[in-house]
Design a protein around this ligand. Structure first.
Ligand code: THU
Length: 135
């Protein structure tokens, strides 16, 4: 079922709020994600590491939570970068390739909401990752 604008706004508010808790001392680029399932909203942030390549994005940190909760039906994912140079330049806000591949596996039908300051941008997975790899 499609989301209401109110639900989208609530997800972006949640993503923005949790982004403030981000552990990102190296990039200082705080990202928050909110995942809406049939049951509830999960929230998570990026978690960096002194060994840079081990850093975890907000989207994957949040999607991992649904698995541990036994929750699989993702309706939407909202992503908020609160330290972007231009918060309405979509190319600075969209999820990285690794997160897109995780979404292909765990949230293929989700509405993907990029939270800007002037407006929110909505995508399907196929917009962001056409011909995605699946087993
Ligand atoms: N980051 C995310 O959390 N999600 C993305 O989709 C792109 C990048 C994080 C990783 C790193 O902590 C910081 O943003 C800068 O790349």
């Amino acid at each position: 079922m499609t989301l209401s604008d109110q639900e989208r706004q609530q997800l972006c508010d949640t993503a923005r709020e949790v982004a403030k808790l981000s552990y990102s001392p190296y990039s200082r680029f705080r990202v928050g994600a909110a995942v809406l399932t049939n049951k509830k909203i999960y929230a998570g942030t990026n978690v960096e590491n002194a060994s840079y390549g081990l850093s975890l994005c907000a989207e994957r940190a949040t999607l991992a939570q649904i698995i541990a909760a036994g929750d699989r039906e993702v309706r939407a994912i909202a992503i908020a970068c609160i330290d972007g140079v231009d918060k309405d330049d979509i190319s600075q806000l969209t999820p990285c390739g690794a997160c897109r591949q995780w979404m292909a596996e765990l949230a293929p039908k989700a509405e993907i909401i990029i939270c800007g300051t002037q407006q929110n941008y909505r995508f399907n997975l196929s917009d962001l990752l056409p011909f995605s790899f699946r087993f």
